[in-house]
Design a protein around this ligand. Structure first.
Ligand SMILES: [Zn+2]
Length: 492
């Protein structure tokens, strides 16, 4: 892989992060290295690369001006990926409390092949709350031989107790000019001949993430050979873009949720800008919608709905995360997740209750007043979860209702299995912890599938998503899914 091959080996090669590199080199030159760092910023901007250079620098026997020598035993071991004391952990796949405990148990031992143990925790925002607490204890009293480097694309998801114990560096999207220079250097060293205009287009497509741009360069070279023309490059950038937006648009039109989620995950996994991918998918859906409207095909309804849902996906809190797109796809295919209905009269509720499982622990029957309280509990629970892990909390928003709260149990009923599974699997720790905060005692989360009660009223014009769809050129249709009601609160 070209990106790995041309990964910078020293601070002076790191592209577009001068403010970070300068501060680190000064700290190294004056022997003022911190014991915990937090590297925050978009993907593909050099966080892991800089972390590995820092790991070399704190262990290098021939440090010069804050730069590692890349020749001594330590530097070579790290460059080969063979240093036992550089411990890299991907928090996305090792996110539980046991993983952090294991790390804590081992940290006390002296380093074996380097001077200092360096722990590099990538995607650290993925840690569970319990794991964060375990990590916090280590950060409070780290052994002198250990250095922590935490890296994240989602700074806002890191608890303040963690950030306050780290020296923080913000990695920025890399300026276009710097990206072009680096691409040109790599192309030259690889023996490619790529016109400047084409390099500029590739760099622009990377949108500040050098890794994405280098990956594109590699794909283009494998497609067209080492001397692609500007036209070929532009064409290939179009192809890279079109293929999956078309696929996703087709999957949404066919209401194939599995395929939609698969594409969203794949795009995010490739490090592409998922917000931009979503906008391009909306463009594709709109074209299909216009054609469907012209030909009066029955797909108009599902397309209007899909455009509205995707237009409502909010990536501001999670720029690199596929979750907003996944939620939008789920809503587009399954129908909108509606907020809990206003408290229904007990009679109305029991009339509907015949069709659904009504197993409540201890057979407790809720009074209407109590139900109002439970719905506001759910609101508060969602808000608290959102403060800690907004991406996970999104699966809780308007997707469920409280079925029971007892001394030991919090039972939530979900309208769609996908929301239920997300919360039961990934969100359990978060929900149980926040519920305990609210209730003052620990509870176990139980989930079940329920049918959605009819909303008490519908706004006449279909709410903000329909407005967004109209803004995008969608026309109101007579048949098709019902308009989405206003959510109880707007995120601003
Ligand atoms: Zn060295």
């Amino acid at each position: 892989m070209l990106y790995g091959k041309w990964r910078p080996r020293g601070f002076e090669e790191v592209v577009g992060q001068d403010h970070v590199v300068e501060t680190l080199r000064n700290a190294l030159a004056t022997d003022k290295v911190a014991h915990a760092y937090l590297f925050a910023g978009p993907r593909g901007t050099g966080k892991t690369t800089t972390a590995r250079i820092l790991a070399k620098a704190v262990n290098c026997g021939e440090l010069s001006d804050g730069e590692p020598c890349n020749k001594c035993r330590s530097c070579e071991a790290i460059n080969r990926g063979a240093a036992l004391d550089l411990i890299e952990m991907d928090a996305a796949s090792n996110r539980g409390i046991d993983d952090v405990r294991e790390l804590r148990d081992k940290i006390a031992f002296a380093p074996s092949d380097l001077q200092r143990k360096v722990y590099l925790l990538d995607e650290v925002h993925m840690l569970t709350t319990g794991a964060f607490n375990a990590l916090l204890k280590t950060l409070e009293e780290p052994p002198p031989h250990a250095i922590f480097i935490l890296a994240t694309t989602e700074l806002h998801e890191i608890p303040a107790t963690i950030t306050s114990r780290c020296q923080r560096f913000d990695f920025r999207r890399i300026p276009l000019v710097a990206m072009v220079e680096r691409l040109r250097l790599i192309a030259e060293k690889e023996g490619y001949s790529v016109p400047d205009e084409a390099l500029l287009a590739i760099a622009d497509e990377g949108r500040g993430a050098l890794r994405d741009a280098i990956t594109l360069l590699e794909q283009i070279a494998s497609m067209y050979g080492p001397s692609p023309s500007t036209d070929e490059v532009l064409e290939s950038l179009g192809l890279v873009r079109d293929e999956r937006t078309e696929k996703l648009a087709a999957a949404l039109t066919e209401r194939d949720l599995g395929a939609s989620l698969e594409i969203a995950r794949e795009v995010a996994g490739d490090g592409l800008d998922i917000a931009r991918f979503t906008r391009e998918t909306i463009d594709t859906l709109r074209e299909r919608l216009l054609a469907a409207a012209r030909d009066r095909t029955p797909e108009v309804g599902v397309l209007t709905h899909a455009v509205a849902e995707l237009a409502g996906a909010d990536f501001r809190r999670d720029p690199g995360s596929p979750v907003p797109l996944e939620v939008a796809c789920a809503a587009a295919v399954l129908g909108p997740a509606q907020p809990p209905a206003a408290p229904a009269a007990p009679d109305a509720q029991s009339a509907q209750g015949g069709q659904q499982p009504q197993r409540r622990p201890q057979g407790r029957r809720r009074e209407p007043r109590e139900e109002t309280r439970e719905e506001s509990f759910l609101r508060e629970l969602y808000e608290r979860c959102r403060m800690t892990q907004p991406a996970l909390a999104a699966w809780l928003n308007g997707s469920c209702e409280v079925r029971a709260i007892t001394d030991k149990v919090l039972q939530l009923g979900f309208y769609h299995p996908i929301h239920m599974q997300k919360i039961a699997n990934d969100g359990r720790t978060l929900v149980e912890q926040k519920a305990e905060e609210l209730l003052g005692h620990p509870v176990t989360l139980l989930v079940e599938r329920i049918e959605r009660r009819a909303p008490a009223s519908r706004p006449a014009k279909g709410g903000h998503l329909a407005a967004a769809a109209r803004e995008l050129g969608a026309k109101p249709v007579e048949s098709g899914p019902p308009p989405r009601p206003q959510p109880p609160e707007e995120d601003s």
